[in-house]
Design a protein. Structure first.
Length: 93
């Protein structure tokens, strides 16, 4: 399996953090576009999956750029707890 951390460190050294941040933006935009087109049957599930994986890789790179794994994990847990709460409690009417 390819080591994303090692590849990201090499990419940071080669292109710098701003370039990688620009790539995160680009990959997210491409996923948004694919999702919109998929909803209208203008793009395949495979293509949307490919774009989602690109974003996943970009997010892993973003984690390294931010260099705050403990904070990242804490915020992630808070978001998951919030989602769980929304699913357990009935929506207000």
């Amino acid at each position: 399996m390819t080591d994303i951390n090692e590849l990201t460190k090499r990419a940071l050294k080669e292109w710098g953090s701003q370039s990688l941040l620009d790539m995160v933006i680009e990959e997210c935009a491409e996923l948004i576009d694919a999702i919109q087109k998929w909803g209208r049957d203008r793009v395949s599930s495979d293509k949307m999956l490919e774009k989602a994986v690109d974003v996943e890789i970009s997010i892993e790179q973003l984690k390294l750029i931010l260099d705050a794994p403990a904070i990242w994990q804490t915020v992630r847990e808070e978001k998951l707890k919030h989602l769980e709460k929304l699913l357990v409690e009935p929506a207000p009417k």
